[in-house]
Write a protein that binds this ligand. Structure first.
Ligand SMILES: [Mn+2]
Length: 246
């Protein structure tokens, strides 16, 4: 068997200017592609599609999934009305990404969910979000950093045994590019770390399959050092085991 294929869940970028304003482009940030390749996986971008069956078939074509970041999620998808500090929403991308995650969870396929990815994972499991961290009483940490993307800016403390604790220890620094956060935790997920203000920074599946969500951007940290490489190595390893078990 060859190297595991990691599907990177795509996004739509709406061009704001240039030659074709309004043009929608299928894309992912290239840091995700580079991280998967560096960890020994074969990166494959899964574009946003409309059909449920198309999304399912895409997911079946890969051995593991990397859920990338993106716009704010449509709060109607988790039963809330939009508040004034909600950012730009593109509902069709949310629906595609949720379908992809649900398909992977049903198959027991390994998932690494990053930034909006952890939020999508939580909603796919029935959880909810804070639409803006300003809603959380006592949340004092700056979670939208103004520094290089590879540079960590706040501390994370782990809770109990988890992949994250095993790889990075009980406390470690991460970068931060989110203004939303997990509220009620979805079924089957366990919180494995928090920022110093209590904001959830990672979750994992409680059932032993490799399902890890992180609120920071390990693929961006990889552009400045190797601290976060073990997370991608684990995803690729789990994807290889999953493929071998079919
Ligand atoms: Mn953060």
């Amino acid at each position: 068997m060859g190297r595991p294929v990691i599907g990177i869940v795509g996004n739509l970028l709406i061009e704001q200017g240039g030659f074709s304003p309004g043009m929608e482009r299928s894309y992912v940030n290239n840091d995700y592609v580079a991280a998967v390749e560096r960890a020994g996986g074969i990166p494959l971008i899964l574009p946003v599609v409309r059909g449920q069956d198309v999304a399912e078939r895409q997911t079946e074509c890969v051995d593991g999934l990397l859920i990338s970041g993106g716009y704010d999620m449509d709060p109607l998808l988790y039963g809330e009305e939009p508040i004034r500090t909600l950012g730009f929403v593109y509902r069709e991308t949310d629906i595609f990404q949720l379908r992809t995650i649900k398909t992977a969870l049903k198959r027991g396929q390994p998932i690494l969910a990053i930034c909006k990815g952890i939020q999508l994972l939580n909603v796919a499991c029935g959880g909810t979000l804070y639409q803006d961290i300003g809603e959380i009483p006592g949340a004092f940490v700056k979670h939208s950093q103004d520094r290089k993307r590879s540079c960590p800016s706040h501390t994370v403390v782990t809770e109990g045994e988890s992949v994250v604790a095993e790889l990075f220890g009980s406390t470690f620094p991460v970068n931060s590019y989110h203004h939303q956060a997990l509220k009620e935790i979805g079924r089957g997920l366990v919180v494995t770390s928090r920022a110093m203000d209590g904001v959830v920074e990672s979750v994992e599946s409680g059932n032993g399959s490799f399902v890890v969500g992180v609120q920071w951007h390990p693929e961006m940290m990889l552009t400045g050092g190797d601290e976060m490489l073990p997370l991608f190595l684990r995803l690729v390893e789990a994807a290889g085991s999953f493929a071998a078990s079919l």
